[in-house]
Every structure is written in C-alpha cells, then in structure tokens.
Design a protein around this ligand. Structure first.
Ligand code: PGA
Length: 254
C-alpha cells in the first residue's frame, strides 16, 4: 500500500507573519493526523522559520519549491540542495509547470535537479503535465511519456522509489478547472505503466503519484479515492490553513 502524501505549494505567497499565523491554526488542526504524509512547501524566505516551528512536530515535513542542480558556486540568486537540506527539509519540488513555462526549465534541467536532490538526500517531487492544446490534440500520453523519460533519466530503482511524481495538467492549475477523477486516474495509470517500462513493475507500484490542479476540500474525496492517485499537490487551497487541513483530513479518512 502506498501511503498518501499531501503537499502545500505556497508558491510566491506568505510573509513571515502570515506563515506564523497560518501555522498557529494549521498545526492544531492536524496535530493528531498520522495516516497521511503532510508536507509544507513555503517560499525560501520563510523556510527557516517554518522549519523552526516544525522542530518538534513529527507528522509535518518541510519542502522547498525549487533548487539549483549544482551543490554551490557562482550562481547568483540560486539556492542549492545542501542549503535546503540544512534547514531539515526532506522534499523539493522540481519542474513545476510554472518553472517550465516561465523560467525555461526543460526535462534535462529537471533531470539534473532531481539527481542533485537525491545526492543531497532530498526527495524530489517531479512535476509533469500537459497543456490544454496538447490535450485537445490528443497528445497527453506522448507528452507525459517524454517528460517522464527525460526528467527521470538515470534514476535507479531505489532513487525512483524515493521520488514523488506530481501529475498536474497545466489547464487545471489555478484555473478552478479540475481534471475529472476519470481523466486523472487514466493519466496516473499511464504514468505508472511508463514507470514500469523505465524501471520494473515492483518499483512502479511503489512510486507515489500526486494529482495537482485546483484541488480543494470539495473535490478531494473523489480524486483521492482513485486507485493510482496517491496524494495531492495543492496550490491555492493550501494558502488557507483550514482548507488545507480539511483536504488532509478528508484524504486520511478514505
Ligand atoms: P492549484 O495549484 O491548486 O492552485 O491549482 C497546484 C500547483 O500548481 O501545484
């Protein structure tokens, strides 16, 4: 059985004060919740503060939204995996569609980041997903397969097992338009099939695949009860502590 993993991608939101008051509410809400993995992914500026607040909290883990693939050096404005690991983060999102679309990240760059994350003992959350034009042109499987093979190149079975995938159809991100549970399940099953080809069936069965794109309390149960959906990467709804806690509780109770 794959343990579900629910992550909050705060994106470029949350000041120190805002994240403090968020945590005041959120940590009380989920204090007893041990049935799913919970991950908070704040912006870099609040990572250290959130890390301190999670210090004695066992059931909520920390992640970063991006990283550079080099371990250090002359890369102005960038953050390395060891810097993130030093703050006790366990996860790092790589290849989010906003980074692919707005910052030119290719599968090759995503792959370098995923490998560097593993080298620093961070678990990458590797994002993939098609645009609306690609879906309309019936290219979903082709796009997903290319992204998977490119982004995961060279990862062995062990590192693949420690990699989380996030299927996020670009047309569903921040749009209020969610993939239907059937559409999402079909994509997730396809992703698992490609994983089995890249690696082997046993490994593919172990890899957790999150769904992302307008997840909110109202659509959580339907999406999270699909057999190949192993959690959620939540943007907008994760900015409201009670809504994000609700998504976690609904998933845990399934
Ligand atoms: P959304 O974002 O929940 O606001 O659609 C999801 C994501 O981009 O990870």
């Amino acid at each position: 059985m794959r343990r579900k993993i629910i992550a909050a991608n705060w994106k470029m939101n949350m000041t120190l004060n805002e994240s403090d008051s968020y945590l005041d509410t959120f940590l009380l809400e989920v204090a007893e919740e041990k049935r799913v993995d919970i991950v908070l992914v704040p912006p870099f500026t609040t990572l250290a503060r959130v890390s301190e607040r999670l210090n004695k909290i066992q059931n909520v883990k920390l992640g970063a939204q991006n990283m550079h693939w080099e371990m250090g050096g002359a890369f102005t404005g960038e953050i390395s995996a060891p810097m993130i690991r030093e703050l006790f983060a366990r996860y790092v999102i790589v290849g989010h569609s906003e980074r692919r679309a707005l910052f030119g990240e290719t599968d090759e760059i995503v792959n370098r980041k995923a490998r560097a994350a593993h080298e620093a003992s961070l678990k990458p959350i590797v994002c993939i997903g098609e645009t609306l034009a690609e879906r309309d042109a019936d290219k979903v499987e082709q796009v997903l397969e290319t992204q998977l093979r490119g982004s995961l190149a060279g990862l062995d079975a062990k590192t693949l097992t420690d990699t989380v995938l996030a299927y996020e159809p670009v047309w569903a991100i921040g749009t209020g338009r969610t993939a239907t549970p059937g559409q999402a399940q079909a994509a997730h099953a396809f992703i698992r099939k490609v994983l089995a080809e890249i690696s082997d069936t046993a490994t593919a069965e172990k890899v957790r695949i999150q769904y992302g794109g307008s997840v909110k309390p109202g659509n959580t149960a339907e999406l999270m009860s699909q057999p190949d959906i192993d959690g959620a990467l939540v943007g907008g709804a994760s900015l409201v502590a009670r809504d994000f806690a609700e998504i976690i509780k609904i998933t845990a109770a399934l």
